[in-house]
Design a protein around this ligand. Structure first.
Ligand code: AMP
Ligand code: GLY
Length: 433
């Protein structure tokens, strides 16, 4: 029995469940808790995919469900359960699970831990200083450091704990928000200040079993809310893959000088890593440097990456868990480019209204070479699909060129409407400029 349990409820988890369900060896794919998109895919496939109403942090219930339903592999989407030790909890119960354990997930869960690993592996990254108290950090800045600087809360802050500051006053303000106002709770118990890097950002993801590394095609996220990278930071308003800015030569360099040394450093530190190693990179004029590591697939990068993957994702994940990635044949990819456009609720990334019925999903489903991955969606009492989060849909299209993929995605976007729906209009334009 190859029942699979995917944990999480976003666009990334919809893409994971959709792809895993295509494996010839997959029986049923459960998603806890999932969203309206995973439920609809389940209805259309005659029950291959099924939502389970358990929260991603309720480990005892998830473990009981996995045992009762003969789940052969659990796949964790988001960082919060990983950093809280879901992999350790499942392994104690002899259940197979894809993702890093709690110790290794600190690569994402603590920016100070990440910097320690980068230093150990001599991996290029921004120069930084660590602080346990806000006063120390402010004193440091008062030593005549009025220059662009980045302030980061140490712990998990849903992408909000990073402040790119133009000068000292802004930086002091960020330090106080983290340490005095405690806007990020205990995630702000420690903090780092680091050099501001300039360049284009790219995401390079790899899958590793702790010794073998399988690098995935590069992607580019769009973190700012509005066109031309203006506006507040978000979880990501769209992504595309492959990203030509990371050419084959650069990708090899990144593998050799960034990813491989990171895996070695994690082993040397006795925190071996299994799962998705996601490097957030700045391509500076002095070469690629690590901005951060994530310990899971990116959202929305996961959607365009998996949309192009032809190989069986279940095989890849099982080889990772079993530490046999060296036996995996080379991955097969669709030659085309995939572009994913995030449709968001009015007001996101601030406050927004929920429960607004979404129209046009059936029309969008008819646009060739596209797939609408759901993120923040649910059903109302009438059975209509409604928005339930800030990022609502990840409309993903394939094309022979980047503009063709963009056109496919936006053609499907145009079919979909709800009160206040919006998206960036320039996803993937960076690839063409
Ligand atoms: P992080 O969560 O560390 O990736 O930071 C979130 C975003 O802040 C990144 O995607 C960058 O846009 C920006 N950022 C983080 N660190 C730096 C840095 N050292 N220099 C410039 N921008 C940065
Ligand atoms: N797309 C950025 C992230 O998943 O953190």
């Amino acid at each position: 029995m190859n029942n699979i349990l995917v944990i999480g409820s976003g666009g990334r988890e919809h893409a994971l469940a959709w792809k895993l369900a295509q494996s010839p060896r997959a029986s049923r794919v459960f998603v806890a808790p999932g969203n309206a998109g995973t439920a609809l895919d389940g209805e259309q496939s005659g029950g291959d995919i099924e939502n389970v109403n358990i929260k991603e942090t309720d480990f005892p219930s998830l473990i009981r469900f996995a045992k009762d339903n003969k789940v052969g592999l659990t796949v964790v989407g988001p960082e919060v359960p990983l950093c809280a030790g879901i992999v350790d909890a499942f392994q104690t119960e002899k259940l197979r699970i894809f993702g890093p354990n709690k110790a290794a997930a600190q690569l994402e869960g603590s920016k100070i831990f990440c910097k320690h690993i980068l230093k150990l592996g001599k991996v290029p990254t921004a120069i930084h200083h660590e602080f346990h108290f806000g006063d120390e950090a402010v004193n440091f800045l008062n030593q005549d450091r009025d220059m662009p600087i980045v302030v980061k809360a140490d712990g998990l802050a849903a992408g909000k704990g990073v402040f790119v500051c133009g000068g000292r006053d802004e930086a002091v303000d960020a330090i106080l928000r983290i340490t005095k106002n405690k806007e990020f709770g205990t995630a702000g118990d420690r903090l780092i200040l680091e050099e501001k890097l300039d360049g284009q950002e790219a995401s390079v993801l790899a899958i590793t079993d702790g010794s073998t590394l399988v690098v995935l095609p590069p992607a580019q996220d769009h973190k700012a809310a509005y066109d031309n990278d203006k506006g507040p930071n978000t979880g990501g308003m769209g992504a595309y893959s492959p990203a030509p800015i990371v050419d084959t030569e650069t990708l090899h360099w990144i593998e050799e000088h960034i990813l491989v040394p990171t895996v070695h450093a994690l082993n040397q530190n006795e925190t071996p890593f299994k799962g998705v190693l996601y490097a957030g990179l700045m391509l500076t004029k002095n070469g690629p440097k690590v901005l951060e590591y994530n310990a899971r697939f990116g959202d929305p990068e996961c959607q365009p990456i998996l949309f192009r993957l032809k190989s069986d994702l279940l095989d890849i994940m099982e080889h990772t868990v079993d530490e046999t990635l060296h036996k995996l044949p080379p991955l097969q990819w669709d030659n085309r480019t995939a572009v994913c456009v995030v449709m968001a609720s009015e007001g996101y990334p601030g406050l927004y209204r929920k429960d607004l019925p979404i129209r046009g999903l059936n029309e969008a489903a008819k646009v060739p070479d596209t797939k609408v991955f759901h993120a923040g969606t649910a059903f109302n009492e009438k059975g209509e699909v409604v928005n339930s989060g800030g990022r609502v849909l990840g409309v993903t299209g394939l094309g022979n060129t980047v503009p063709e993929a963009k056109l496919a995605a936006y053609t499907a976007v145009k079919c979909i409407r709800w009160d206040g729906a919006w998206c960036r209009k320039d996803i993937s334009d960076k690839a063409v400029k």
